[in-house]
Write a protein that binds this ligand. Structure first.
Ligand SMILES: Cc1cc2nc3c(=O)[nH]c(=O)nc-3n(C[C@H](O)[C@H](O)[C@H](O)COP(=O)(O)O)c2cc1C
Length: 279
């Protein structure tokens, strides 16, 4: 992929007027070029480098200054390998996770807030979905900032939702108490492959002006499927045994196949069990 038409390559020709010029801040070019890395050199990242990236991530905005996110650095090789084997196992397991050299777990944490209420002898009366939602969003924002900071330092990363495949076992391994839960893992390391630059939906499908509209969504999906198949065709198809092979297999077929089978149906039960009310 060339270095000059980064945004039109990602989003298609309708993004041509947004192209970055020489005056663009370096971080804009970095964001336009980024991609998740799943193949790393075996080296460990120095502890203080990881801790600094965590600190930078935690400079990100946080709902009402509540600071309801924590990052767990897995720097015990034995624990990392136990978690990685866990993440690679089961129906939704992912083989590449076995080789992750550095692993972080981004957690939502509503426990501290509840502690403040105990310490200050104030009732916690917001025990509803918002408590879970705010902590989740806080963790996700910190994750995103970590990604930007790490990629700026030449590191590769890939978020890992697979940490929610076995929430009870992971909570046990990390000693997570009630109201602290994994939002996503993050594999971090020195890339052993150039990051892929996956194409994105055309911007009219995802950026709206003043009002939401999806009048042209179906056409946008068709255009995206075509553009992606031409540039980055899928090399494997999901659930071929169950669903057969599709002649034209694009993004929409891949995503529809993915969610035609259950994933993490027990996660809500886990979240309720660790003390959240979701209504
Ligand atoms: C919250 C979250 C969880 C993710 N979980 C996984 C995962 O478990 N395994 C994986 O290979 N990629 C995972 N990813 C990476 C996405 O698959 C990736 O971001 C997406 O395919 C777009 O590719 P790109 O990041 O290279 O642009 C996750 C991304 C996010 C944001």
């Amino acid at each position: 992929m060339d270095e000059f038409h980064l945004l039109s390559k990602r989003f298609g020709p309708l993004a041509a007027d947004l192209e970055l010029d020489d005056s663009a801040p370096a971080v804009h070019r970095q964001l336009a070029k980024r991609g998740s890395v799943r193949k790393f050199r075996p080296e460990q990242i120095q502890g203080h480098v990881l801790r600094r990236l965590c600190a930078l991530a935690l400079c990100a905005p946080t709902k009402s200054d509540l600071q309801q996110r924590d990052i767990i650095i897995i720097d015990s090789p034995a624990l990392r390998s136990e978690i990685c084997v866990l993440l690679a196992s089961g129906r939704l397991g992912q083989k590449w996770l076995e080789e992750v050299p550095n692993l972080l777990i981004f957690c939502g944490n509503n426990r501290r807030q509840r502690r403040l209420h105990a310490l200050r002898a104030r009732p916690f009366v917001n025990d509803h979905l918002d408590a879970f939602f705010n902590a989740t969003v806080d963790a996700a924002i910190a994750l995103s900032s970590f990604v930007v900071a790490a990629e700026a330092a030449g590191l590769g990363v890939c978020p890992i939702s697979a940490v929610r495949n076995h929430p009870d076992r992971l909570a046990e391994l990390l000693n997570l108490p009630e109201q602290v839960f994994p939002v996503a893992g993050l594999a971090v390391g020195y890339p052993d492959e150039p990051p892929p630059r996956s194409l994105r939906l055309p911007l009219p499908a995802t950026i709206h002006h003043n009002t939401y509209t999806d009048d042209t969504l179906d056409a946008a999906i068709e255009e995206y499927d075509r553009r992606r198949s031409a540039e980055q065709p899928y090399v494997t198809q999901r659930y071929v045994n169950e669903l057969g092979r599709s002649e034209s297999y694009g993004w929409s077929e891949d995503k529809a196949r993915q969610y035609a089978f259950p994933e993490r149906q027990d996660f809500g039960t886990y979240v309720k069990r660790i003390g959240f009310k979701l209504d």
